[in-house]
Design a protein around this ligand. Sequence first.
Ligand code: CU
Length: 171
Amino acid sequence: MSRKISIPAIVFSILLVSVSANIANAETIPEWVKNNALWYGQGVISETEFLNAIKFLIENDVLIIEGSDMKFSNNVDATVIIPNGNSDIANVGFYLPLNLEIPVGVTVTWVNDDSVPHNIQSQDDSGKVIDIFNSPPLNTGDRFEHTFDEEGVYKYHCSWHPWRVGLITVN
Ligand SMILES: [Cu+2]
């Protein structure tokens, strides 16, 4: 892995990757990455701040540099599946994954793949529902999104099947 890349080359690459990814898949690049590149281009943030943002991406394996290639890893595409059979306590049926680990700024999408409705309700440590992310009823195939802007371990459950508890770990 080579990290001897000039600053203008990094800026150019980020902008290029952002533009290409926008065309291919707008959900691949977190909004704050685009904003950082934009702000640096406009002189709003310093070179150090911009480089720190790039460093963060590399250290967290969001941005992978191999030789002259640069790509974003798949862990920015964060999905939790509510699997078929999740409603029945007798089934395995855990959220997939049960504990999703993501960097700060990532949007998580829950997808209901079960045959019955579910919801997603954030909870405090004692299991009480709190107002961080709270979905409406999700019918089969429905999706719910939440962007995690702060580090922490976030617990959630489904109010109709409260034995189904999942975690989102943001670090
Ligand atoms: Cu449920």
